[in-house]
Design a protein around this ligand. Structure first.
Ligand code: HEM
Length: 324
């Protein structure tokens, strides 16, 4: 039986997906460089704002400089390759592709096209890594944590996923992009995990003018914290809010994104990684419950400054074939 730290393992998986989706980088030296520099950079996201050699902020900014240099080189190479390409372009392969095409396509007669500078594209790619890097692995980790404490839900999740695996085996079909949507209980487990996990526990907004909300005046220039955690754990919205109850979503609807369920925010700034995140967690859970059994060791969720497991959630894992 092997002991794994779920928080570490899921980070490895999701980082690979992230750099593939953003810049098409697969396993190898580039990936390892990006991983180590990004880890160094992100350590300084919440730290004392003192920029002197040796301080956390200084090291973090230096790592960001190195990261930018490498990403910019990759973007330049991709731009050159794109210019040499004569074939018709198919579907965009990754985010770099989307941003480069956007800046290279000819504008229509009534459009004034502004091409995106390569520095802007590289900076954007790194900015997009930040929200995706910790959130998805935490959603996976907390799903394992909550399921470990709720054997009935785990059993139902396993049965649903085993059924899909069996169907695929019998029909000889490959898994398809939309298969995860055919797993309603799995989607309910993910919604319930996101509700209780509050990985992003709220967002900040600044009032650009005096505004009245339900009789409360928010003066121009004031900052407002919209607390998702207060909404997700409010008894008026969710009965027994501290209980992990995936079945509640059978009534609410798995994909609900109303004002009482906003793990991905809402409005203009709704998270663009919403579908990718749900897909990644679904695939992770599918493989986990159809291939392994696990026993979770004691651990505790820490909510400040960001959501984490105190001991990174150690679990003892056994391949399912050992049970058969
Ligand atoms: C479980 C996983 C995730 C959660 C809970 C989450 C949550 C959020 C939330 C609450 C916001 C809104 C912030 C605001 O309104 O100020 C947001 C924005 C954003 N997220 Fe995610 N996110 C997740 C995964 C991802 C992934 C995988 C990516 C990228 C691949 C991503 C990229 C972004 C970006 C770029 C924004 C900024 C959007 C904007 O400001 O217009 N997120 N996310």
């Amino acid at each position: 039986m092997q002991v794994l730290l779920v928080q570490e393992e899921t980070k490895k998986i999701t980082f690979e997906v992230l750099v593939k989706v953003l810049m098409g980088v697969g396993p190898g030296e580039d990936l390892e460089f990006l991983r180590s520099e990004f880890e160094e950079f992100i350590k300084g996201l919440i730290c004392l704002p003192i920029k002197l050699p040796g301080t956390r902020l200084y090291k973090s900014l230096k790592a960001k400089e190195r990261l930018l240099k490498v990403v910019k080189k990759m973007v330049e190479e991709r731009k050159l390759a794109m210019e040499e390409e004569t074939d018709e372009k198919g579907m965009a392969k990754d985010a770099v592709d989307v941003l480069l095409r956007d800046s290279s396509e000819e504008p229509s007669s009534d459009q004034i096209k502004q091409s995106l500078p390569l520095d802007f594209i590289s900076g954007n790619i790194i900015e997009m890594m930040i929200p995706g890097e910790e959130t998805v692995p935490m959603a996976m980790t907390l799903a394992v944590k909550f399921l470990s404490g709720c054997p009935v839900a785990l059993q139902q999740l396993m049965e649903e996923n085993m059924e899909l695996k069996k169907q695929k085996k019998e029909s000889g079909e490959d898994y398809s992009w939309t298969d995860y949507l055919s797993l309603p209980f799995t989607q309910n487990v993910i919604s319930e995990t996101l509700r209780m996990a509050n990985i992003i526990n709220g967002v900040w907004r600044k009032a650009l003018k005096d505004i009245d909300i339900k009789g409360y005046l928010i003066p121009k220039g004031w900052c407002v914290l919209t607390s998702f955690i207060s909404v997700h754990m409010d008894e008026e919205n969710y009965r027994n809010p501290y209980l992990f109850e995936p079945w509640r979503w059978e009534k609410i609807g798995a994909a609900a994104n109303n004002n009482s369920f906003t793990p991905f925010g809402g409005g203009q700034r709704l998270c663009p990684g919403l579908e990718l995140s749900r897909l990644e967690v679904s695939i992770f859970l599918h493989h986990l419950v159809t291939t392994y059994r696990w026993v979770a060791q004691e651990d505790e969720i820490i909510y400040f400054p960001t959501v984490k497991m105190k001991k990174k959630l150690p679990i003892k894992v056994t391949p399912l074939c050992n049970y058969q």
